[in-house]
Design a protein around this ligand. Structure first.
Ligand SMILES: Nc1ncnc2c1ncn2[C@@H]1O[C@H](COP(=O)(O)OP(=O)(O)O)[C@@H](O)[C@H]1O
Ligand SMILES: [Mg+2]
Length: 242
């Protein structure tokens, strides 16, 4: 474990992102992270990416995606929530913030920016050998996972399933589980009923209510997928004009 609690120092502000219900709740109550794996779920626009990016900022990992202790953007600016966010760290977590840059074990996997990142770090030592421009989106993501998400560290992910097949998602769960058992911590925003089924993970549901703990069985996303796969008609009848 690296990061055990999130909180905000300053009184809540009136503009975005402090107006998002999950951020308002974080400001009011803080957020405990007791498990090695945390999944953030919720509808589009609920604030998952906003939170993961801010955690990246807090931990010295580029919020554009990439390795701990490295910034790739020209500005290197922190997100508004990243500036206000504070954390309670374990001793391993403090090393992640202050240890030698090359040894910091942290990575933010963002599908959206993976190819920009790949171009920026192409050929640099400590990344990956394959040329991602010659791989499919999913293959590229797996290359990065296999190269960067290996030893115990703090790993942030934003919808890693977007590019992955069912089988690759299962491989990713196995990798998450292996790492968690070896002392890593993973915070992952996702819509995947496959990933969120990982036993022992903390599931936080973001929405109009704020942030609430949930379980795989009671997640709306699990229920929707289960019902859709059983009887697609029931959904399609309502949304298709025929
Ligand atoms: N830079 C920004 N300024 C203002 N609003 C933003 C900004 N970035 C995102 N938002 C809004 O904040 C909300 C949460 O966004 P996001 O965290 O990306 O949602 P999610 O990842 O859960 O789909 C959305 O309504 C989005 O439009
Ligand atoms: Mg998002």
């Amino acid at each position: 474990m690296y990061l055990t609690r999130l909180f905000l120092d300053d009184p809540p502000q009136r503009e975005w992102p402090f107006t998002l219900p999950p951020v308002a709740q974080l400001a009011a109550d803080g957020l405990e992270l007791p498990r090695p794996v945390t999944f953030l779920v919720g509808e589009n626009g609920s604030g998952k990416s906003t939170l993961v990016e801010a955690v990246a900022d807090l931990c010295g990992i580029s919020s554009e995606g990439g390795k701990a202790g490295t910034r790739y953007s020209s500005t290197g600016a922190r997100t508004p929530l990243g500036q206000a966010l504070r954390g309670e760290f374990t001793s391993a977590g403090l090393k992640l913030l202050t240890g030698p840059r090359s040894r910091r074990a942290g990575f933010f996997l963002r599908a959206e920016t993976l190819f920009n990142l790949a171009q920026n770090v192409s050929g640099r030592y400590g990344f990956w050998d394959a040329d991602l421009t010659e791989q499919s989106h999913g293959e590229g993501l797996m290359t990065v996972l296999d190269a960067m998400v290996t030893r115990p560290g703090l790993y942030l992910m934003d919808e890693p399933e977007a590019a992955l097949s069912f089988t690759s998602c299962l491989n990713l769960i196995a990798q998450m589980d292996r790492l968690a058992r070896a002392g890593a911590q993973i915070i992952c925003a996702t819509h995947s009923p496959v990933l969120t089924a990982l036993p022992g993970a903390q599931i936080l549901e973001l929405g109009e209510h704020g942030i609430r703990p949930s379980s795989w069985e009671e997640l709306p996303l699990t229920d929707h997928f289960r019902r859709y796969l059983t009887k697609p008609d029931l959904y399609l009848r309502r949304i298709l004009n025929n």
